[in-house]
Design a protein around this ligand. Structure first.
Ligand code: ZN
Length: 91
């Protein structure tokens, strides 16, 4: 799953398809273009979270156990999560 961290307000936001989501300060945004491709902009730092780890961890949580979830930042030239130069917000 793709998320972003706002470099300004430090909010973390999960993307949804075809609609920009914004952080609390509205300086960062991102959205999925399809099931894999996504864009981000503003002060966003692109982050990925391992879906399988998350599903497994939720199962562990239900059993009152802790579990690790892998997450990473995408490289600036990552093919599936790219920077959109337009402002993306009408605020
Ligand atoms: Zn922000």
């Amino acid at each position: 799953m793709k998320l972003f961290l706002c470099g300004f307000c430090e909010d973390i936001v999960r993307l949804i398809r075809d609609e920009n989501r914004y952080c609390m300060c509205k300086k960062s945004f991102g959205r999925y273009l399809d099931s894999n491709q996504a864009v981000y902009g503003g002060n966003a730092i692109p982050i990925g979270m391992h879906n399988g780890d998350l599903i497994k961890a939720v199962g562990h949580w239900a059993c009152h156990e802790k579990a690790d979830i892998r997450a990473w930042t995408f490289a600036k030239d990552a093919p599936t999560y790219t920077r959109e130069e337009t402002k993306g917000t009408e605020k």
